[in-house]
Design a binder for this molecule. Structure first.
Ligand code: TAP
Length: 454
């Protein structure tokens, strides 16, 4: 068995060694999942619900342990990591109500009655990125299990520790063996096998648009069901009539949370030209006030980037001749640190404006009016998230309807609530996660005709 070493991105020191799952081991896990799923789907809905509630309780009892693991593995500030562990518990709790509510329909037809059943798809392959290892795992895992599927999850190669522990907690909570398995290892090995093995009936992929495109091609070979949650380059649109203090004070957190390694990062700030100077005056102290440092300290707001190679790829966007308006701070010494950075002015064709950087770099661009704000916001292949700041309710709704993106906030920078739908437009994805309708993505509708003829 091969193993590999996990590094702490804040210290560059080894944290743990984990097995790298092989193709053969992945196939064997899928075969076990197929067998386990046949039993799991027939567990009475009330019992499945009870087991998921026990799983949620087990996660809750180990939330601090999970949070500390995430601090060490991913460099997330401990406050954020605690929220993320709580999210796994809450998402499990939310979907534990689903097994007893998987209703079909009854449809009167000539000569009888049709009834529908929401059948589980079978084995679900869940491919998770490194930026939010716990929440993103839970968004696929919980509804898939609730609907009666078995799940084989592949965490990102660099950040498998919390997912592996959550796999153990599932067993401790009483979930049957092999209903939920976690396979650490490489995307090109484990992830690719999940896509290529015909016994996996659905893939839930969260990651880059580039890899998502390849996965879509792979799934097409088997006509395999697929949910894609991909990249973003979201706009934070600031109108002159908004609460400028609040918009400027929160803008750094809308993009620098998780060191900018956030698919929903509002990495393009668009500001109405008449208030550009006032906005920049307020943004500067807000950016410099972001507390960057040791993620284990409760006051820390931003930790390091995930790896040295990722830091190098972020740094490429802040070239020698880049217009750096101002920057925040970052520690010296070991760790993959990068200071919060504001680029302005920025050309509309520059890579820092058009490409997803996935780091703490934001651009600021002025606009004249509503029409230009919408045009700029939509001038991207992505469409995941964004914010609109205005005191005018009509404008807020008009602009929200005009911006081609899946998740918008008005006068706020928040993105994800597990009880509302989440997902991207355009090249940001395919399908919706979270909310009550997520179960549809993990079930097939079976239609049965019952004759009433004598
Ligand atoms: P990717 O490089 O695309 O990796 C995502 C996952 O796919 C990882 O587990 C990776 O494994 C695996 N993978 C890589 N190649 C594969 C292949 N050929 N077949 C199957 N699986 C494969 O993304 P990332 O760098 O981890 O994450 C950052 C990206 O994710 C950003 O673009 C971000 O916007 C996006 N993201 C989107 C969302 C939503 S909800 N839309 C949320 C978070 C992140 P390895 O670890 O071995 O590479």
């Amino acid at each position: 068995m091969t193993t590999y070493t996990i590094l702490n991105p804040a210290t560059e020191q080894p944290v743990s060694t984990v097995p790298g799952t092989t193709e053969e081991e992945t196939d064997a896990a899928i075969a076990r999942a197929e067998v386990a799923q046949r039993t799991w789907r027939s567990v009475a809905p009330g019992d499945r619900a009870r087991l998921l509630r026990a799983f949620a309780a087990q996660v809750d009892a180990h939330a601090e342990e999970l949070a500390q693991l995430e601090v060490a593995n991913s460099g997330h500030p401990v406050g954020a990591a605690r929220w993320e562990a709580g999210q796994v518990r809450d998402v499990l709790q939310y979907y534990s109500a689903a097994p007893e509510r998987l209703f079909g329909k009854q449809i009167p037809v000539a000569g009888g009655l049709n009834v529908t059943f929401a059948e589980p798809v079978g084995v679900v392959g869940l491919i998770v990125p490194w930026n939010f290892p716990m929440p993103i795992l839970s968004w696929g895992m919980a509804p898939a299990l609730a609907a009666g599927n078995a799940v084989v999850a592949k965490p990102a190669e660099m950040t498998p520790l919390t997912a592996m522990r959550i796999g153990e907690l599932a067993l401790e909570a009483g979930l049957p063996e092999n209903v939920f398995q976690v396979l650490p290892g490489k995307g090109s090995v484990v992830g690719q096998r999940l896509v290529d093995n015909a016994a996996v009936r659905k893939i839930v992929f969260t990651g880059s648009t580039e890899v998502g495109r390849q996965i879509m091609v792979g799934c097409a070979r088997h006509v395999k069901r697929l949910t894609l949650e991909l990249g973003g380059k979201s706009a934070n649109i600031i109108f002159a009539d908004c609460d400028l203090e609040l918009a400027a004070a929160t803008a750094p957190y809308g993009v620098f949370d998780n060191a900018g390694q956030d698919c929903c990062a509002r990495s393009r700030i668009l500001v109405q030209r008449s208030v550009l100077d006032q906005f920049m005056e307020r943004l500067e102290p807000a950016v410099q006030g972001v507390r960057v440092g040791d993620p284990s300290l409760p006051e820390t707001e931003m930790g390091p980037l995930i790896s040295g190679s990722h830091r190098a790829s972020v740094a490429k966007y802040v070239t020698e001749d880049a217009h750096v308006a101002f920057r925040g701070s970052a520690p010296e010494g070991p760790g993959y640190w990068f200071p919060p950075t504001v680029l302005a002015p920025i050309g509309l064709n520059e890579p820092a404006y058009t490409e997803e950087i996935f780091g703490p770099v934001v651009t600021v661009t002025p606009f004249e009016d509503e029409a230009e704000a919408i045009k700029l916001a939509n001038d991207t292949p992505y469409g995941l998230s964004g914010s609109i700041w205005t005191a005018n309710v009509g404008r807020a709704i008009r602009v929200a309807r005009g911006v081609e993106t899946g998740n918008l906030s008005i006068n706020s920078h928040s993105s994800v609530r597990y009880w509302t739908p989440f997902g991207g437009f355009k090249q940001s994805g395919l399908g919706r996660e979270l909310g009550p309708d997520a179960l549809e993505a993990f079930t097939e509708t079976k239609n049965v005709f019952i004759s009433t003829q004598e």
